[in-house]
Design a protein around this ligand. Structure first.
Ligand SMILES: [Zn+2]
Length: 74
């Protein structure tokens, strides 16, 4: 059994299923609720970004994750 803690909320997750109950984003391990919150929080920014680039997007996700890890929440 693999047990991993979410980098953001620090919740312990048992018997994780990668990409279903647990995700790796920019070298961070995050649980599903935190992933949903992250996506929700960056959506307005992504929607208004013009021109959009993948490079910009990935950097923004990384920065948001770094901030969330420091704060302990999204
Ligand atoms: Zn979490």
């Amino acid at each position: 059994m693999i047990s991993i803690a979410c980098d953001i909320c620090k919740k312990k997750l048992d018997e994780v299923i990668t990409d279903r109950t647990f995700f790796y984003y920019a070298n961070r391990s995050i649980c599903e609720p935190c992933k949903d919150n992250l996506e929700y929080s960056i959506k307005p920014t992504v929607r208004n970004k013009e021109p959009f680039s993948m490079e910009w997007y990935e950097k923004m996700v990384r920065d948001s994750l770094d901030k969330a890890v420091q704060k302990g929440r999204i």
